[in-house]
Design a protein around this ligand. Structure first.
Ligand SMILES: Cc1cc2nc3c(=O)[nH]c(=O)nc-3n(C[C@H](O)[C@H](O)[C@H](O)COP(=O)(O)OP(=O)(O)OC[C@H]3O[C@@H](n4cnc5c(N)ncnc54)[C@H](O)[C@@H]3O)c2cc1C
Length: 464
């Protein structure tokens, strides 16, 4: 018990889990040439977090009870890497949901608390299984041609339930210990078997995880300075008749509560996304300014205008993050939650304008974003000298420096990781549509109408 070390974490993955990559089963995750790099990053996160422990508990665990604590947790979790982020988001989801179901389903709250205590004591990593395969999107779960399109209960005994279905795109699923498994949406009467929330160990019999990753294959790390050493797989998680004991079930058939978990998760997932976007927007500005300077165009009018627009974007995203934290609200159990309004508006703005920011960066940079020679070409006796000469732009702007800058820009924004980021910005945490709905719900629309009526000189009583 207590905080896990990186080495203990690596050993904990040797638990018989069924995990696959590019057609092959992977029994030794730490030793795998690609997934092993992700395991190393998670282990690094564990070792770093050991130095941040408070009273022997990882800062990833525990509900924030003040705005300052919320702010510092967001920073620590962001720094500790993806698996710390998804674990913190899972625990906050459970804390938020427990508060919302406490009156109607106190027995589930006790089970949630027992799980959280155990996960805290063992310093586990938890991933979030929400998104179902979903079949035909226009039809609800019970009206699909394939009843397994949404995860559901297919059998039950006095001791628990048997689950069948799939959860897709699950960040880090193979690298965690527990799968927090919750409905992806609200359910209606008749969809009781789909209204199931629980925690499932990654090595439970019947769980199979197929990994995908943007990680570069067979690469020279110098050509992939960002994604080469820091990447996490997504898991296609198959629940092939998985038994879940009663003590791990947090919802079972209560359709009216089915949406609660996903709604709670949305807030914390988007807060994490917003924090990442704030840093990402600053990086886009940094790359744009560096490449403009290296190209000799930093003073050019149209380049300055584009970078100014990127600066405004980055500043607005950070302002939304600040507002989400500063306007945090106290909730049940003394916990503090970020503002739904600013979190969702910020995440939406960051995602919706991301492509425009990339357009500016690529417009400013030039074609070498995708054609800069590799670092080993720069080392070749026959080509290296000439490549360095022509990749340089003036005295003081060395060809190798400029080549490395282009590799970083390509890796960050125009290669496998860059493409992954583009889609992820839009989809992770629910698509743009979901963020529009939540923002609208929390915005003071009536207040805005009253202001408009006042300015128009129309009495509120005259408005229809
Ligand atoms: C890199 C990455 C990491 C992710 N990590 C996780 C994770 O850890 N856990 C997890 O659970 N999920 C995760 N997701 C999944 C993410 O939440 C979903 O991709 C997202 O919610 C969209 O679902 P979908 O991919 O099934 O697309 P779809 O649901 O098919 O959506 C595609 C489009 O169709 C629209 N649409 C869908 N249904 C309807 C409808 N009935 N009516 C009108 N419009 C509709 C959507 O608004 C969207 O515009 C991740 C996704 C990515 C890309």
């Amino acid at each position: 018990m207590g905080l896990m070390t990186g080495d203990q974490y690596k050993a904990s993955l040797d638990d018989g889990r069924a995990t696959f990559f590019e057609g092959e089963r992977v029994d030794d995750l730490p030793g795998h040439p690609i997934l092993g790099i992700a395991v190393d990053r998670v282990a690094d996160g564990y070792d770093w977090l050991a130095g941040q422990a408070v009273d022997g508990v990882s800062p990833v665990m525990g509900v924030p009870t003040s705005v300052e604590e919320l702010r510092s947790k967001v920073e620590v979790v962001h720094h500790a890497g993806m698996m710390a982020h998804v674990t913190y988001t899972s625990l906050m989801t459970l804390a938020t949901a427990a508060g919302r179901i406490a009156d109607v389903a106190p027995a589930y709250v006790e089970r949630i608390q027992a799980f959280v205590d155990d996960a805290t004591a063992r310093d586990l990593r938890i991933t979030q299984c929400i998104t179902d395969a979903k079949g035909d999107r226009s039809r609800p779960p019970a009206k699909q041609d394939d009843p397994d399109a949404y995860l559901h209960v297919v059998d039950r005994t006095a001791d628990g339930v048997v689950l069948r279905g799939a959860k897709l795109h699950i960040t880090g699923a193979s690298l965690g210990h527990e799968l927090l498994t919750i409905p992806t949406k609200s359910m209606k009467t008749g969809e009781e078997e789909y209204s199931i929330a629980c925690v499932v160990p990654v090595n439970a019999p019947g769980v199979k995880i197929v990994n995908t990753t943007y990680a570069p294959r067979g690469h020279d790390p110098r050509d992939f300075p960002i994604s080469g050493a820091d990447h996490y797989p997504e898991g296609f998680v198959l629940f092939d008749d998985v038994f879940v004991p009663n003590g791990r079930i947090f919802l079972d058939g209560e359709t009216t509560l089915a949406g609660t978990f996903a709604h709670c998760l949305g807030l914390w997932e988007r807060l994490g996304g917003l924090a990442a976007m704030a840093d990402g927007a600053d990086l886009l500005v940094g790359f744009a300014q560096l490449v403009a300077e290296a190209n000799g165009l930093a003073g050019e009018g149209h380049i300055r205008e584009k970078i100014s627009e990127m600066i405004i974007h980055a500043t607005v995203i950070r302002a939304c993050l600040e507002a989400a934290l500063s306007h945090a609200e106290a909730g049940v159990f003394g916990a503090v939650f970020p503002s739904e309004l600013y979190t969702n508006a910020g995440k939406y703005t960051g995602a919706a304008n991301y492509n425009l920011m990339l357009r500016h960066l690529h417009d400013i940079s030039g074609g070498a974003v995708v054609t800069a020679p590799s670092m080993s070409d720069l080392e070749n006796d026959e080509t290296g000298g000439l490549l360095r000469k022509y990749m340089g732009t003036r005295r003081g702007v060395d060809g190798e420096y400029r080549t490395r800058l282009f590799h970083a820009i390509r890796d960050f924004s125009a290669d496998a990781y860059g493409g992954w980021s583009q889609v992820t910005n839009i989809q992770a945490g629910g698509g743009l549509y979901a963020q529009r709905i939540v923002t609208r719900k929390h915005y003071d629309l009536e207040g805005a109408k009253r202001s408009a009526l006042r300015l128009a000189g129309i009495a509120e009583t005259d408005a229809p």
